[in-house]
Ligand binder design. Structure first.
Ligand code: ADP
Ligand code: MG
Length: 703
């Protein structure tokens, strides 16, 4: 299976020549361009303008309005050179329709001043702004015309490119122009058969690039600016296609690997189910059946289980673990925070130890003898299930025979970490099965593109008897009312969380804010037992505080966002989130998921400190309007963009040059159809599409 695909030279992807092939690019400029990721002709083709300047006509001065970017032409009627704090040159021009328009310069040379003699004609371009005596253009680009000179107007709009540090805008414009002049003819440039794209109403690649860089005056600039023009869609669709194809290739590579088939012969699953205090929901049963079928195969599973907060993912993970243990292998379960990992440990011990399964613990805080003992048990296989944090991924951790790696809240880990864990189970020719779980639903659009390589299961049903959380948005000025509300809720036997947030990711500051809020609330609510948890507390103290709250011994728990994931106290039915305006949607949704876990109607109060930004307003309104994690995730994608959502800076995923998943989601069905067709009819072209857009860039996401 070692067949290398080396394209014949004639089939090489166009546009790979280095920029030093262009005139005006020496080593120094090439270096500056390379720093911006511009190394080849193709990189310049894909360096899209951020806006355009219209020099295809001359705007009569009478029609010039403030804010307009326009080309004008007129005769100099006054020149004033002055000094008001700094040198200033004002040149007033008029045309047949009106004026004067002032061209104002702050940096100028004597020679420039001399050019502007009375009566000479000037053609200038810039944005008009109101000045003290009428409209002005500050530092226009301009040209003084000789008598009778009438330079031709542009045929197409002039592109304005994003700045490249150390290379002037005029140079960039020239270089892109040269690169475009070297665009090969359509039939050499198009990899995807042009008629397939024509069926979608999209132009050839050459046409698309020329339209984007040199649009005609009549082009729909608004559509270009918004990325909704067919020319941009043509570029985006090929880029999305390349990513999709690359994920599929990697998927196929993964499927060629072996994994231990975990076809549980025993009755472990039945025994585990029998001792649960509840019955699985239909969604849990369905997802577990999918996992079970995957694990029974001798190929590695790579499955993402999405389930909203509280949907009951942990028990599904425990059932999967049971299958691996019964088959004689080890299981690792990693969670991103210690608090969450501890909770998993408690759950798994509660469920599995009565069945005679050893569950072992490993976190950063496990040190000394305890750590040595854990490591030894993991290495000799006596630890059948190992629960922990990032500590599980360290080099010192060696498994005897790991067959299933489970990662909870996988978006909180880097892909490297997931792979580090996976590699702990690698034997020659064999890798462990992987189950990744997330309560931050990946929007459908993302799931379709970034996760083309994973199988996705959704636990799309909450256990019965839960009532939806009522969400209220309240200004900080009404804090006192809120305190009364907590008083009365607790008087009725309910429990409440008060979550303190800080904008800085600073444990210490956050802890001290939580401490002062804790004392203030304890003073206002003397009849209540008010507890505190934050990330700076000793693990034992934290655990004790959580246990006391879970047991109902304390009624109000003041906490930092450490409680965001995993905390499960069904009797807590009121949550206050302080400074909610500072948090992102995903985090708010996670936090809110801590309430609404019992049968009492729950509420969540989002306390904010005004004034609110537009984004903050939208986020809070979204939270008030819906409890649906999928809707929230889609909104989050819209407000923040996919990179941040997936935490992908470290993974290299979603690094599109042109495509924008939020904007281009509607293209994905066409992308998938093109992928099928290309793989079926021209598989060699598929490789070239991948190499055009992704090149040799290492991608970890699908591995
Ligand atoms: P999440 O999907 O957010 O990780 P958990 O696995 O923590 O959810 O489950 C949330 C709570 O629901 C836990 O207390 C768990 O024991 C309980 N639970 C899970 N499945 C069911 C079910 N089918 N019926 C009732 N309660 C359930
Ligand atoms: Mg969970």
């Amino acid at each position: 299976m070692n067949r290398k695909r080396v394209p014949a030279p004639a089939l090489a992807v166009a546009g790979q020549s280095p920029l030093t092939a262009l005139s005006g690019v020496g080593p120094a400029v090439a270096l500056k361009l390379a720093e911006r990721g511009l190394a080849t002709l193709q990189d310049l083709w894909l360096h899209l303008p951020r806006s355009y300047e219209d020099r295809t006509h001359i705007t009569p001065l009478a029609q010039l309005r403030s804010g307009m970017a326009a080309q004008v032409e007129g005769q100099v009627v006054a020149v004033e050179r002055g000094f008001r704090g700094r040198p200033v040159l004002k040149v007033a021009i008029e045309d047949d329709t009106g004026g004067p328009l002032v061209l104002r310069f702050f940096h100028f040379r004597a020679a420039q001043v001399a050019q502007f003699a009375h009566g000479v004609r000037v053609r200038a371009f810039g944005t008009a702004r109101p000045g003290p005596t009428g409209l002005e253009i500050v530092h226009p680009s301009y040209r003084v015309l000789t008598v009778g000179e009438d330079p031709a107007l542009g045929q197409t709009l002039d592109p304005v490119y994003p700045l490249v540090e150390g290379v002037g805008p005029a140079t960039i414009r020239k270089l892109v122009g040269q690169a475009l002049d070297r665009l090969p003819p359509e039939e050499q440039l198009d990899l995807v058969p042009p008629q397939w794209l024509a069926q979608l109403g999209l132009p050839s690649l050459r046409q698309a690039l020329l339209t984007v860089h040199r649009p005609h005056a009549a082009a729909d600039l608004a559509a270009l600016a918004a990325g909704r023009h067919p020319a941009i869609a043509r570029l985006a669709i090929e880029e999305l296609l390349a990513h999709h194809l690359s994920l599929r290739r990697q998927r196929i590579a993964l499927q060629r690997q072996q994994a231990p088939a975990l076809a549980g012969q025993g009755d472990g699953v039945a025994r585990l189910l029998a001792q649960l205090p509840f019955v699985l929901t239909a969604a849990q049963q369905r997802v577990f059946a999918q996992i079970r079928a995957d694990l029974a195969k001798p190929q590695p599973m790579l499955r993402l289980v999405q389930g909203d907060v509280g949907s009951g993912k942990t028990v599904v993970a425990a059932l999967a673990a049971m299958l691996a243990v019964e088959a004689g292998y080890q299981v690792a379960l990693a969670a991103p925070t210690e608090l969450l990992a501890e909770q998993h440990l408690a759950n798994l011990r509660g469920w599995l130890e009565p069945l005679g399964i050893t569950v072992c613990w490993l976190a950063g805080k496990v040190t000394g003898k305890a750590r040595a003992a854990s490591l030894a048990a993991i290495a000799d296989g006596s630890a059948q299930v190992v629960v922990g944090t990032h500590a599980l991924m360290q080099d010192a951790v060696v498994f005897h025979d790991l067959a299933l790696a489970i990662v909870d809240e996988q978006h909180r880990f880097g892909v490297h970490q997931r792979l580090a864990l996976r590699d702990k189970g690698a034997r020659p020719g064999s890798v462990p099965h992987q189950l990744v779980m997330t309560a931050t639903p990946i929007p459908r659009t993302l799931a379709m593109s970034e996760y083309a390589d994973l199988d996705v299961s959704a636990i799309d049903e909450l256990p019965p008897g839960r009532t939806p959380v009522q969400t209220v948005v309240l200004s900080n000025e009404r804090r006192q009312e809120l305190i009364e509300r907590i008083r009365s809720a607790c008087a009725q036997g309910r429990q409440a969380y008060w979550v303190c947030t800080l904008i800085e990711e600073n444990d210490e500051l956050e802890a001290s804010a939580a401490e002062s809020i804790h004392s203030a609330l304890a003073a206002s609510l003397p009849e209540l037992r008010v507890a505190l948890v934050h990330g700076r507390m000793k693990a034992a103290d934290k655990q004790a505080a959580m246990a006391a709250f879970k047991a109902g011994q304390t009624q109000l728990l003041v906490a930092t966002t450490v409680i965001e994931v995993g905390v499960d106290v069904p009797n807590a039915s009121l949550m206050v989130i302080e400074n909610a305006e500072r948090l992102g949607l995903a985090q708010l949704h996670q936090l809110r998921g801590r309430v609404g876990r019992g049968s009492t109607a729950s509420s969540c109060v989002l306390l904010y400190q005004g004034p609110l930004s537009m984004m903050a307003k939208e986020r809070l309104a979204t939270m008030r309007q819906t409890n649906d994690g999928f809707v929230i995730a889609e909104k989050d994608l819209e407000l923040r963009g996919p990179g941040e959502l997936l935490g992908t800076r470290q993974t290299g995923v979603a690094m599109f040059r042109i495509a924008d998943l939020a904007r281009d989601a509607h293209l994905l069905p066409a992308v998938h159809a093109l992928a099928e067709r290309l793989l079926a009819e021209h598989p060699a072209l598929a490789d070239r599409v991948i190499s055009r857009w992704i090149g040799s860039a290492v991608r970890y996401a699908a591995a």
